[in-house]
Design a protein. Structure first.
Length: 226
């Protein structure tokens, strides 16, 4: 066992018998020809979702479906996974190409959040659901016991605002995508009927759309004196 993984195992509170699993969970797609974390992230995301859903059901016996769903959203979203990954210093253990490392890949929210989910997926595949749930309950404990009902995101607030003024649903258009497939930057334009448009960039379509929505929402609220 490598000393690097020994340190990681101590942090995680779990030691892998099959080290190929943890290596895959920590391998960024920039290392071509090597299995990356993407498949493990896929299954880890589902395991996390189920574990958090069951936990919220248990912790909030009087909450309705909307309240449960809102809390669940806050706990499984990228920002939550990235916070856990940062707390565990997972970025220090990622295997990635130097080009990705040089552009801040070890601290990039999208990457470390994906790695967090991939580690959950790896634990699930080796040791089963209960071990993965144990990991989740250990490291999500503080957030899970303090989570609030999620605020509506910028896209939702924008849609509600413009529709209250009798306007059509905002339209989001991708006008540019730059960079390699594993590290793209998207440029999104959002337009509102009769109110012009705003542009924003992000490391995912979702982020760029939210930023664009926030920009036009802020402008419209100022113009409409809301």
């Amino acid at each position: 066992m490598s000393s690097q993984y020994s340190e990681l195992y101590e942090i995680l509170g779990y030691s892998f018998k099959d080290e190929s699993l943890i290596r895959e969970a920590l391998t960024h797609p920039s290392l071509e020809g090597t299995p990356s974390y993407q498949r493990l992230e896929f299954i880890g995301d589902r395991v996390l979702g189920l574990a958090i859903a069951a936990w919220m059901f248990e912790l909030h016996p009087n909450a309705d479906e909307g309240g449960l769903a809102s809390r669940h959203t806050n706990l499984v979203r990228r920002e939550a996974c990235a916070k856990i990954a940062a707390d565990l210093n997972l970025g220090d253990f990622i295997h990635m190409a130097k080009s990705s490392e040089d552009t801040g890949g070890r601290k990039r929210e999208t990457i470390i959040a994906d790695v967090c989910e991939s580690v959950i997926g790896a634990i699930y595949l080796e040791a089963g659901y209960l071990e993965a749930e144990k990991f989740i309950r250990k490291f999500w404990h503080e957030m899970a016991h303090n989570v609030k009902v999620a605020k509506r995101d910028a896209k939702t607030r924008l849609q509600e605002l413009v529709q209250s003024r009798g306007k059509s649903t905002p339209v989001y258009t991708t006008i540019d995508k730059k960079g390699p497939d594993h590290q793209p930057t998207f440029t999104i334009v959002v337009s509102v009927q009769g109110e012009g448009e705003e542009t924003a960039k992000g490391f995912s379509k979702r982020d760029a759309e939210q930023l664009a929505a926030e920009k036009i929402l802020k402008r419209l609220k100022s113009e409409w004196k809301i």
